[in-house]
Design a protein around this ligand. Structure first.
Ligand code: CA
Length: 231
């Protein structure tokens, strides 16, 4: 597995490089955003770790340019604890996951492996694990049993599926509700709908994970056993 590590903190970068190599990754290190961008566009990596606070070209810009060039490799973004705004704008720039500094290496390793396991996004109307989602017919079922979803639950599930394996922010959820129903969603009730949808997705092989301070993501339920159907 080829990995690009873009991190300007030399001590952290060295420590990570040693640990990542021990975990079986081929690691290339970029000490600034310009080198990161150059390497990412020139070489093909399986995954990248991208610090947001990079000299020369900041991480968010690197990410945007990478996505503009239609490079679909998974990117795990590293951020400082207090830069929530950066993280939210990073979501729109196409990061696949986030890790807040400081972090433990096992956590980083687990996130990297999760990203590498992910398949391509699901086209709505297909089966995913035990869930069937038919947008055109506005029908969904788990293990063949119809799901009874309120309009908001439907929109929430639709959004989570479209952004499968990516973090969906509360703002995105509220916006999806407002767009479709012409009403102001009210951020506080997002948790309520997430809770309800979680219960309805039981047995689907999918779970909604809460990413603290950022939002939610729909992913394969690792406790359910059995990998999701290949796309
Ligand atoms: Ca930095």
């Amino acid at each position: 597995m080829n990995l690009l590590l873009a991190e300007d903190d030399a001590i952290l970068a060295d420590a990570l490089t040693v640990q990542l190599r021990r975990s079986g990754f081929e690691v290339e290190h970029a000490p600034n955003g310009a080198v990161a961008e150059y390497l990412l566009l020139k070489n093909s990596y399986d995954i990248a770790i991208l610090d947001l606070g990079l000299p020369m070209v900041d991480g968010l810009t690197v990410l945007k340019r990478l996505r503009a060039a239609r490079r679909g490799l998974p990117v795990l973004v590293l951020t400082a604890l207090d830069s929530l705004d950066d993280r939210v704008s990073g979501l729109n720039a196409g990061a696949d996951d986030y890790l807040t500094k400081p972090f433990d290496f096992p956590e980083l390793q687990a996130r990297l492996h999760a990203l590498l396991r992910r398949g391509r996004p699901l086209a709505a109307g297909q089966d995913l694990a035990q869930l069937n989602f038919d947008r055109a017919a506005r029908r969904a079922s788990v293990q063949g049993e119809a799901l009874e979803l309120s309009p908001r639950e439907w929109l929430l599930l639709d959004l989570l599926l479209q952004e499968r394996d990516r973090v969906v922010t509360k703002e995105q959820i509220v916006a999806a509700w407002a767009q479709d129903r012409g009403e102001n969603g009210g951020g506080n009730s997002v948790e309520v709908y997430i809770h309800r949808l979680r219960r309805k997705l039981e047995g689907s092989g999918l779970q909604i994970r809460t990413v603290r301070g950022l939002g939610y993501l729909l992913e394969a339920d690792s406790s359910a056993g059995g990998a999701p159907a290949a796309p």
